[in-house]
Design a protein around this ligand. Structure first.
Ligand code: GDP
Length: 470
């Protein structure tokens, strides 16, 4: 292409040299050099050093300590269905109206920001742990603090435990919001006891987890919840650089028939302005319009603020990182590289497996084997948990990030993908969706009806003795 020579001519020449190549073949460097001589061309060899993508394109710039400022915490609300996640998100958003600002307009843009005692708090507006873990599986950690909502009249339910595992796997601090305390049958004490069984011990009982009793419906204790969030955030000492070229994460995206691709983005560094050249995954463009979470047009959007961006050429995916780039040529190069890299990783993508464990351990110094357990009954979950815990060695700890009864679900697979875990099923099978998900992501699922077979395999894998032919 660069020499302006037809591919068939080159293929013909190669053929005469005894080289059967097609237009899709890769040429060896020697052969390419030989061919270049024939066309009086010079080959320059670029040494591709493997680098993190951000580093390679100078996207992740160093921060000067003096440029860092406190930034608002980003909160995700999780919990069992119908326990009041959406109600709580709406009620918390409404608290802002008291600040005399034009709240009330509830335009959904993936996140919103409120202020409390002069400090800001950002809430991710997609409740549930699937979205949360989806993003983490793509390498993006958005959330600083997770709020686990548990309805006081219903207590701890399966998805409460799931949400808890997801938050723990992401290593984010958890605040428990015991909701619906206005109901006569509410029993906050029971919620505390049940969660203690799962390792969440309230501060009152000598643990380190804050429990706040609230009612989203009657707006009880919402101030207390916000204050608890601010206190937790203070301990985290969240900082970011507002002077840097902006960077953010796509929370949601869609194609609007009138304005084109729209991305809801949470700005994590710097300040995004109209006219900035941007990339996100395989999408690129120039910021044409910015909309705040109040539905107002803005000239620029700052730290931890959500915004709707119009200006991408195609719809970027949730979890893609948005970077501001110096100029459009550079942006184009980056997007090309991303597309290429994604094609390669689609083919070679492989999550951790028992067979590859010892290799992984050597290559990347892993010290933990993350497992997700599913069994047919609570009793067998406990039995399995116990026998697997015993397998920890001095080199590798067996870390059980989730253990529950019931079929292996799609959400388990997502969690495994995001946490580099293997799924173990005892007397249970994966759902069809879970199976498909596991195939796509390369997550390993091992099922057996004999505990001994499971423990033996894992023990062998841990000691690097597992027969690769297994
Ligand atoms: P989500 O599925 O977790 O998002 O739950 P929703 O926010 O949709 O709430 C489920 C149901 O519980 C709705 O009918 C709400 O009105 C109700 N609800 C939510 N919070 C409260 C509360 O604090 N008290 C009472 N009594 N009902 C509530």
């Amino acid at each position: 292409e660069k020499l302006g020579i037809n591919a068939t001519e080159i293929i013909k020449k190669l053929f005469l040299k005894g080289q059967m190549l097609t237009i899709n073949s890769t040429m060896s460097l020697e052969l390419a050099e030989e061919m270049a001589v024939e066309y009086d061309a010079l080959i320059e060899i670029e040494e591709e050093v493997e680098m993190e993508f951000g580093e390679k394109f100078d996207l992740e710039l160093e921060d000067k300590e003096s440029d860092l400022v406190e930034r608002p915490p980003v909160i995700t609300i999780m919990g069992h269905v119908d326990h009041g996640k959406t109600s709580l998100l709406d009620a918390l958003r409404a608290t802002n109206v008291a600040d005399g600002e034009a709240g009330g307009i509830t335009q959904r843009i993936g996140a919103y920001q409120i202020s409390k005692n002069g400090k800001k708090i950002t809430f991710v507006d997609t409740p549930g742990h699937e979205a949360f873990t989806d993003m983490r599986a793509r390498g993006a950690q958005v959330t600083d603090i997770a709020i686990l909502v548990v309805a006081a009249d219903d207590g701890v339910m399966p998805q409460t435990i799931e949400a808890l595992s997801h938050a723990k796997a992401a290593k984010v601090p958890i605040i428990v919001a015991v909701n619906k305390i206005d109901k006569p049958e509410a029993n906050a004490l029971r919620v505390k006891q049940e969660l203690m069984e799962h390792g969440l011990v309230s501060v009152e009982w000598g643990g380190d987890v804050e429990f706040v009793e609230v009612s989203a419906k009657q707006r009880l204790n919402l101030d207390e919840l916000l204050e608890t969030i601010l206190l937790t955030a203070e301990i985290l000492e969240l900082k970011a650089n507002p002077k840097k070229r902006a960077k953010g994460i796509v929370l949601e995206s869609r194609l609007d028939p009138k304005v084109g691709p729209i991305a809801d983005v949470l700005i994590q560094e710097g300040e995004l302005k109209i006219g900035d050249v941007i990339v996100a995954g395989e999408a690129q463009g120039k910021v044409r319009a910015l909309m705040s979470d109040r539905g107002e047009r803005a000239e620029s959007i700052g730290l931890a603020q959500p915004t709707e961006i119009v200006g991408f050429n195609i719809v970027p995916e949730a979890g893609d990182v948005v970077y501001v780039i110096q100029n459009e040529q550079h942006a184009r190069r980056i997007v090309e590289e991303v597309a290429k890299a994604r094609k390669i990783s689609e083919v070679s993508r492989k999550s951790i497996s028992l067979e590859s464990l010892s290799q992984h351990m050597e290559d990347s110094n892993i010290k933990e084997l993350n497992l997700i357990l599913r069994a047919d009954s609570k009793g067998s979950v406990e039995a399995l948990k116990e026998s697997l815990h015993k397998l920890s060695t001095d080199e590798v700890a067996v870390n059980i990030i989730q253990a529950a009864s019931g079929a292996i679900t799609e959400s388990d697979v997502k969690l495994a993908e995001a946490s580099d875990a293997i799924i173990i099923g005892f007397h249970v099978r994966p759902t069809t969706k879970a199976l498909r998900g596991a195939e796509d992501s390369g997550v390993e699922i091992r099922t057996s009806n004999i505990i001994y077979h499971i423990t033996e395999d894992i023990e062998k894998a841990l000691t690097g003795m597992l027969d690769p032919e297994f």
